[in-house]
Design a protein around this ligand. Structure first.
Ligand code: GAL
Length: 391
């Protein structure tokens, strides 16, 4: 990731230098006390922001994907000559609403928002619409507002299908090519879902459950806890600790007396790490570790896949999503409509939001190099250490 970022940074720098004729009002990043990054580019007389100000609101810095998303969007827009106000909301709704309010009062010409709570931004979106500011919903759909103009995301239902497929492959019920595997079961599994205020959680869940349903129906898969509703499986704000606690509770309640767990459907790497810790604390170890899925290809989890503690993750290339957000923004700022490739799926409670959906891939131990290293998403050193390189 580091190489890509450097190249992008260098070209952004060259652009700024060219625009300023070597002047020194290009601006600087400051990190606020709450950990959010504030872009304080010159303002007023041009500086690096010839194209105008764009507000980018990301939900949190606790997950490295959102940091990468934020930085990629910022770099992409800066390369085009825009000034960017990038803020992270620390998973706190009032913080995010305040950040968006301030973007609007600072004169943002467009907003790109990955919501913490997809239903909590109606007032901000009304204010944006009153000022004629287009809003691009990023990765997570903003709900209950007609003022969401466009949505860039991945095919979230398909992500859920991929997570369930990976689980079935891990259990031996399917082969990686989709053909029927040798295993017959029955297998004991448990189900986790994401945060219920994140619209994506329902898409991941529905894709996964639709895929697993035939195996529940014929008894091949069993959920000993009986917790099969999304409300029971959900983890508020996608917190690792909450997932660990729920897994511990499930093990205590449904797996005493010799019952063993064979697999866990987990929709996000952060949850998977909590689940894996709970399983390890309960005495599970390799090579007979339960099959645990994931999402996001976070570096610590990629290392867990190498170490055979996590079985899979879903790779959603955040660089592509960021590029798509930049393309959509460019269209609006040039007075055009962005190109959508889906105008049916994402109904937000008020309207169907035109969307651009990207494709994702299942990562197993044997395709980490092909998917993550060869594409430059992570370096081999990062995979080996389980840590992202600085910078
Ligand atoms: C979802 C996103 C996932 C994962 C999760 C937790 O909205 O689509 O990729 O990042 O949030 O951050």
């Amino acid at each position: 990731m580091r190489g890509m970022k450097l190249v992008a940074l260098l070209s952004a720098l060259l652009l700024v230098l060219a625009a300023c004729g070597g002047g020194d009002d290009g601006g600087s990043d400051t990190t606020a006390a709450d950990g959010s990054t504030e872009e304080t580019t010159g303002g007023g007389g041009g500086g690096g922001g010839e194209g105008g100000l764009i507000g980018v609101a990301m939900p949190t810095q606790t997950s490295e994907r959102w940091i990468a998303d934020g930085n990629s969007v910022k770099e992409g827009l800066e390369e085009l000559g825009y000034e960017v106000d990038l803020q992270f909301g620390n998973d706190d709704i009032p913080t995010q609403t305040q950040q968006i309010d301030s973007m609007i009062t600072s004169g943002a010409q467009l907003l790109i928002i990955a919501a913490i709570d997809g239903t909590a931004l109606t007032a901000q979106l009304d204010a944006a619409a009153a000022e004629g500011i287009p809003v691009v919903s990023y990765d997570r759909l903003i709900r209950d507002s007609e003022n969401v103009d466009f949505y860039v995301t991945f095919d979230n239902y398909k992500v859920g299908v991929q997570q369930a497929t990976a689980l079935l492959v891990g259990l031996g019920l399917l082969n990686a090519d989709g053909s029927e595997g040798d295993a017959t079961g029955p297998f004991n599994i448990e189900l986790f879902a994401g945060s219920l205020d994140d619209n994506n959680a329902f898409f991941f869940w529905n894709g996964a459950i639709d895929t697993l349903q035939p195996y529940f129906d014929d008894g091949t898969l069993v959920v000993p806890s009986g917790q099969m509703d999304i409300e029971q499986a959900a983890i508020l704000r996608w917190q690792q600790e909450t997932a660990q606690r729920r897994m511990e509770d499930l093990l205590t309640a449904a797996y005493s007396g010799g019952t063993e767990i064979d697999g866990v459907l987990s929709p996000y790497d952060g949850l998977s790490r909590g689940i894996i810790t709970a399983l390890q604390n309960a005495g599970y170890s390799t090579p007979d570790f339960p099959v645990v899925t994931g999402q996001d290809a976070e570096i610590a989890s990629v290392k867990l896949i190498v170490d055979e503690l996590q079985q899979s993750t879903i790779f959603k290339d955040t660089r592509k999503l960021a590029a798509q957000a930049v393309t959509a923004s460019q269209a609006y700022l040039a007075g055009n409509e962005p190109e959508a490739n889906d105008t049916e799926t994402y109904e937000n409670g008020v309207k169907v939001v035109p969307s651009y959906l990207l494709e994702s891939d299942i990562v197993y131990a044997d395709n980490i190099t092909a998917l993550l290293v060869d594409s430059g998403y992570w370096t081999q050193e990062e995979v080996d250490s389980g840590q992202a390189a600085e910078g």
